[in-house]
Design a protein around this ligand. Structure first.
Ligand code: ATP
Ligand code: MG
Length: 392
């Protein structure tokens, strides 16, 4: 239940009688009303730091009209709920006001009781809006705090375990080394999850920083695949890499591209049943063969994407249950995970593919998944081939 005591209401109307009638009525109802006879005075009163819960704003006034005042309030990020008042009562005007952030709209003449009800409603909506925003902010702060506070100690844990695994503190046998490596892999999975989360937020805020250079995609994917050969062997999974000879020059941020491939290979490993297989390939597609490439509609490639010359195509196939046709476009959405039993699956947050999509699109490429249910899945990345594969 909202208490109306001390809630400030700003009445903005050049018609003195209406303003004064509202002022008296609202004071009787327990509010703290103030009166402004034009838009500039109202904006000055708000700028003076007083927190008005609701503003009753006349649309047609000399000087600044109500819609201009409303827009200025929105631009300033004001929390004041605005109820527009108009003598004309045109629907279009009401729509424009609501589109510009007004809480409500009332036509003159109006019954004071009707206005009172609208004020109560506007106050309740305003409170909900503020609470929702505070909750969102708390969530963001919490995620950031959790991410930073988890990543640093985890990195330290990885470093310490690695020192022991390398035998710097005394000999370790093969079995011990294997266990220590598994511990490192698990910590790295959490670090990747945190990095995905933080970078997705940076992408959304337009604050991601990429250092783009030309690299040989075949070389990068071979290195990443090599890092997965041990866990694949451990799980009885055959991992093969086929890199075509020839040009594979792509313009990417190396760290980010490596993480994209790590996410895709991590998924392949996670969703391949024991004794299954993973195949990684890298092909050059010259301009005259691009017509043989079909990008599914759900990959949302930019128009004329395939007309921009030659491409490098990376594909990561894994055997297993695959992905259902109607899930193929949704798996790239944040926090989307589908239950499919391989018997070896481990948690995850459903963020890896969302990160991959954002990163590949930032390299002007396209990523998608193909799967015939029951026959495994293939994740494909298509990137414009830049020149001769000159690398940095
Ligand atoms: N190779 C694959 N085979 C079958 N399903 C897959 C494969 N890769 C992804 N998926 C499906 O897509 C979902 C989303 O994948 P994504 O990488 O975004 O999240 P995750 O692996 O579950 O968690 P995270 O990557 O955050 O650790 C997975 O949960 C799974 O349902
Ligand atoms: Mg994943």
């Amino acid at each position: 239940m909202l208490t109306k005591n001390k809630d400030r209401i700003l009445i903005v109307d050049d018609e003195k009688e209406i303003g004064q009638a509202l002022e008296l009525f609202l004071a009787d109802e327990g509010y703290v009303p103030s009166l402004a006879s034009d838009g500039s005075t109202a904006l000055d009163m708000l700028a003076n730091g007083k927190d008005y819960t609701v503003m009753l704003l006349d649309i047609s006034m000399p000087g600044l009209n109500g819609i201009t005042v409303l827009k200025r309030l929105q631009d300033a990020g004001s929390d004041t709920a605005v109820i527009m008042m108009s003598g004309h009562g045109s629907e279009e005007l009401a729509v424009e006001c609501m589109r510009n952030g007004a809480e409500d709209y009332i036509s003159k003449p109006f019954a004071l009781e009707d206005m009172l009800q609208r004020i109560e409603r506007a106050r309740a909506h305003r409170r909900e809006r503020i609470e929702k925003r505070q909750l969102q902010q708390e969530r963001e702060d919490f995620i950031l705090m959790l991410s930073h506070d988890m990543k640093n100690p985890l990195t330290a844990v990885i470093g310490s375990i690695d020192i022991i695994r390398e035998g710097c503190l005394g000999a370790v046998n093969d079995e011990q080394e294997e266990y220590l490596q598994s511990a490192i892999d698990s910590c790295n999975e959490v670090v990747t999850m945190i990095d995905n989360l933080l970078d997705i937020r940076k992408f959304e805020a337009g604050k991601i920083q990429m250092t783009i250079h030309h690299y040989d995609a075949g070389e990068i994917i071979s290195k990443v695949a090599h890092q997965f050969s041990r866990p694949a062997r451990h799980d009885g999974i055959e991992l093969s890499v086929n890199v075509d000879p020839g040009a594979h020059g792509v313009a990417v941020d190396k760290n980010s591209f490596t993480r994209v491939l790590g996410n895709l290979l991590g998924n392949a490993l996670k969703f391949t049943p024991e004794d299954g297989n993973i195949t990684v390939s890298c092909n050059f597609i010259p301009e005259n063969e691009v017509s043989s490439v079909t990008i599914p509609v759900y990959a949302q490639a930019p128009p004329d994407f395939l007309k921009s010359g030659s491409f490098v195509k990376l594909a990561i196939y894994n055997s297993g249950n695959g992905i259902l046709p109607d899930e193929l476009d949704r798996i790239f959405d944040r926090y989307t995970q589908f239950a499919r039993k391989t018997g070896r699956e481990r948690g995850g947050a459903g963020l890896g593919l969302a990160y991959c999509k954002l990163a590949i699109e930032s390299f002007h490429g396209v990523v998608w998944a193909e799967s015939e249910n029951g026959q495994g899945s293939t994740f494909v990345i298509l990137l414009p081939c830049c020149s001769d594969g000159t690398t940095k």
